[in-house]
Write a protein that binds this ligand. Structure first.
Ligand SMILES: C[S@@+](CC[C@H](N)C(=O)[O-])C[C@H]1O[C@@H](n2cnc3c(N)ncnc32)[C@H](O)[C@@H]1O
Length: 253
């Protein structure tokens, strides 16, 4: 019997060699240092559960896969380690800020260089080819930061992150509505092969916390939370599992 992908992910991300590798990568990137540190086996458990629900361990190793919003490139690296040969990725350089550090990590992991892509709501986007599977894991792409304003001492700014008097970071954002997701779905489907899927995880998934405010969106998601879908479990990083929810876009075969 083929081993489930969650087992591969767990074994790899909890191995001493990965812990050493993460430490080494941290030493290369002073700005992203702490973020890289959270790439532990607990962080990747959610990804493993989602991939198991899709029976990803049975997927052809030559399938064309895109990791949409890869950040450090750990997922393409893992898939390469598991024998997948056709894995691509992209990242938003506009959103990332520190490009040199990401390039350093990508080079170190020896993944195909991620292409640069920033998606804006209701604006068409193009991908370089069609894929069998697209992953949009833990994505803040669906935040509408342009719709957030900060008013302080008579001045209006675009600040959306504030450190409070306890030293905790408070993040403010608005999110895509149903019609913006529909637009995204129609666009991304153009870049899926027949029978292909896109797994989309807006992060955090605020829609479950405010079901009445988002009743239309919740209905739209539920139609895409049928085949190959699982309610992921809570993790140390996401104590409320509802915040890690996701949906699946399918292109007819
Ligand atoms: C928190 S990281 C997720 C990293 C990885 N997918 C994971 O599961 O750990 C969010 C990713 O979303 C991408 N992103 C954010 N806003 C975006 C946008 N407007 N268009 C495209 N990508 C975006 C960032 O570049 C980054 O790679």
């Amino acid at each position: 019997m083929t081993t489930k992908i969650s087992t591969h992910i767990h074994n790899l991300t909890s191995s001493p060699s990965m812990a050493n590798m993460i430490k080494h990568v941290q030493s290369l990137v002073p700005v992203h240092h702490n973020y890289i540190g959270s790439n532990d086996s607990e962080y990747w458990r959610t990804h493993g559960e989602i991939l198991d629900a899709l029976d990803f361990h049975l997927v052809d190793k030559n399938s064309s896969i895109l990791d949409f919003g890869t950040q450090f490139g750990f997922l393409p690296w893992m898939l390469k380690e598991f024998g997948f040969t056709n894995v691509h990725s992209c990242n938003s350089m506009d959103e990332a800020g520190t490009h040199d550090e990401l390039n350093t990590v990508w080079n170190f992991l020896d993944i195909k260089t991620p292409f640069d892509l920033t998606v804006m709501p209701n604006i068409p986007f193009t991908l370089p080819q069609k894929y069998d599977i697209i992953f949009v894991f833990k994505s803040n792409m669906f935040w509408l930061l342009n719709d957030v304003f900060c008013y302080k001492r008579g001045e209006i700014t675009k600040n959306w992150q504030v450190t409070d008097d306890k030293g905790e970071v408070n993040t403010f954002f608005s999110v895509y509505n149903k019609s913006q997701y529909e637009y995204f779905e129609n666009n991304i489907k153009k870049f899926l092969n027949p029978g292909g899927i896109a797994v989309v995880q807006p992060d955090p998934f605020v829609y479950n916390t405010f079901p009445e405010r988002f009743s239309e969106e919740k209905k739209w998601f539920s139609e895409r939370q049928q085949i190959g879908y699982v309610k992921v479990s809570a993790t140390q990083h996401y104590p409320n599992n509802e915040n890690s929810d996701y949906f699946i876009i399918r292109k007819d075969g």
